[in-house]
Design a protein around this ligand. Structure first.
Ligand code: NAD
Length: 367
């Protein structure tokens, strides 16, 4: 009973928002509810120093509201640093819709969600994330201009996932160059966990270059289709982390590098699309460093999508999108070299640069 908790001495352990472990001085957290459409969503606005908070909307069947809130807080924070390190004038935000995207997503629910986004007057700009399609963003666009990732037919830059995948591919190559001295992916053994929008496209780049790709997903139909299309192997074991591979590419959900998995990981390089791969950035980042496993910071290498949607706001073209995304290779290499030179984790190395950019802008804004 909530009244028992409220009256107990344990109240500090359950502070609903500001006391959450993943709360990191977020500027605003918005809870959206609509009885008629069944919408239950949380919009996290972490930081708007560099610009409006842009970040996708995820629809997921969360176990409970705590899990959803935690995701909104962690994901929106990640967006702040992603935009900062990529040099974009955007803040960090993210939204989660609680529910099963396959059975509970309706046009009415998406439009209602769009109205909530609109009510924030552009402080938060949405886009697609897990469980969302470009067509969903088109629905949101019908009620608010504060949405990106809309279809090319509607004047948008289209689905950002292939660009995200290209950036991740650049990150994988840079991390391999750092670890093995060459970015050649031919015959490199790569396990891709999650072969959704981004994962599949990554598989395509890797197989085109002759990598030996193994795929894993919770969706058996997708596994079968992707394996057939690219001629790759399906992972059949029961402990993917202990697979002896060159690269582990997490492209499903976050926090797969955690207390349970960290010492089992045999991959020499970790580089993938999933947001928030390290369950605990400091602890798990450090263990990876000590174990000599090269980790390409997720928020750095999965920035292709945000570069793509930012083009809708700034009006730059496909050529510029690809140029900026390709540059992820150079940035990743610099960050990894900097981490080695300064004996810090790759995550810390990336964060230091991102935080410095925000601090500098904050000073300028205050003038
Ligand atoms: P998606 O929903 O298209 O694909 C996710 C895939 O992961 C699905 O096929 C799902 O079945 C699978 N999956 C879920 N749980 C799994 C598990 N435990 N083990 C194995 N597979 C599992 O999503 P996406 O757009 O491809 O995004 C993938 C990841 O990349 C997400 O973490 C997302 O936040 C991140 N990301 C995506 C973009 C983008 O442009 N789409 C940009 C940046 C970051």
């Amino acid at each position: 009973m909530i009244s028992d908790i409220i009256n107990s001495n344990d109240l500090h352990k359950v502070d609903p928002v500001f006391g959450q472990l993943s709360f990191d001085n977020h500027e605003q957290v918005v809870f959206c509810n609509d009885k008629d459409t069944g919408l239950k969503a949380i919009i996290g606005i972490h930081n708007t120093v560099l610009g409006p908070a842009l970040g996708g909307t995820r629809m997921w069947n969360y176990k409970n509201e705590w899990e959803a809130l935690n995701d909104a807080l962690r994901l929106s924070r990640g967006m702040t640093y992603k935009a900062a390190i990529t040099g974009l004038n955007l803040g960090g935000g993210k939204a989660v819709i609680i529910g099963d995207a396959r059975t509970q997503k309706t046009p009415e629910l998406m439009k209602r969600f769009g109205e909530f986004v609109h009510s924030l007057s552009g402080k938060y700009i949405t886009a697609e994330d897990v469980g969302m399609e470009t067509s969903d963003m088109d629905l949101v666009r019908s009620v608010t201009p504060y949405v990106t990732g809309i279809s090319e037919a509607q004047g948008g830059a289209g689905n950002p996932s292939p660009i995200t995948a290209y950036g991740v591919y650049m990150g994988v190559k840079a991390a391999c160059k750092f670890k093995f001295g060459s970015d050649d992916m031919e015959d490199k053994k790569v396990i891709v966990q999650g072969i959704g929008h981004v994962g599949e496209s990554l598989v395509e780049h890797l197989t085109d270059e002759g990598a030996k790709v193994i795929i894993d997903d919770i969706n058996p139909e997708r596994l079968y289709d992707v394996a057939k299309k690219y001629g790759v192997e399906i992972y059949e074991g029961n402990d993917l982390y202990s697979e002896d591979v060159d690269v582990y590419a997490p492209c499903a959900l976050g926090a797969t590098i955690n207390d349970e998995t960290i010492y089992r990981i045999k991959a020499k390089v970790i580089a993938g699309a999933a947001n928030n791969q390290l369950a605990n950035e400091d602890v798990h980042g450090k263990i990876l460093q000590e174990r000599g496993i090269v980790y390409a910071p997720d928020f750095l290498i999965n920035a292709g999508g945000i570069i793509n949607v930012y083009a809708e706001l700034e009006g730059y073209d496909k050529k510029e999108i690809m140029r900026k995304t390709e540059n992820i290779f150079n940035t990743t290499l610099e960050i990894l070299e900097n981490s080695k030179a300064n004996n810090m984790t790759a995550h810390q190395s990336a964060m230091t640069i991102a935080e410095a950019r925000i601090a500098e802008r904050k000073k300028e804004n205050a003038k």
